[in-house]
Design a protein. Structure first.
Length: 139
């Protein structure tokens, strides 16, 4: 199963997602995709198995992903202070992968009905959802 974690800026949320995923599924390979080198490095340091940086890498990897994890902003063109290009947002949204998104309102997206929760709780729930999907799809 091909699982991507996408993040930008300093990579703090992506780092936390990778750490939670590795705790939930230590043997599952994770690919860290950063919009910049700092984000990719943070996710690799947290335990991602492979990493790549930039729009081209993100667009290419989204084509064959099974699961994509990140914040809601990865679907929003020009989110993260412009680091999520329209092409990245399109690649993520057009991917046939299951998307597991952490709802943060910092990217100009407010999702009605989603109550404010600590970031750690949201990340833990995202990792649990991904783990459930991987066990569901095993023969």
């Amino acid at each position: 199963m091909k699982i991507l974690v996408i993040d930008g800026q300093g990579g703090g949320v992506g780092r936390s997602i990778v750490a939670a995923m590795k705790a939930a599924m230590p043997d599952q390979q994770l690919i860290a995709l950063g919009t910049n080198v700092q984000a990719t490095a943070a996710m690799l340091k947290a335990g991602a198995d492979m990493g790549a940086t930039g729009e081209g890498a993100i667009r290419y990897q989204c084509k064959s992903a099974d699961i994509i994890l990140g914040v809601t902003g990865i679907l929003h063109a020009n989110a993260m202070l412009g680091e999520i290009t329209p092409a990245i947002a399109a690649a993520v949204s057009l991917s046939e992968a299951q998307k597991i998104l952490v709802p943060l309102d910092r990217c100009g997206l407010i999702i009605a009905g989603v109550e404010k929760q600590p970031l750690e709780s949201l990340i833990r729930k995202a990792a649990e959802a991904a783990a459930a999907l991987t066990t569901k799809n095993k023969p």
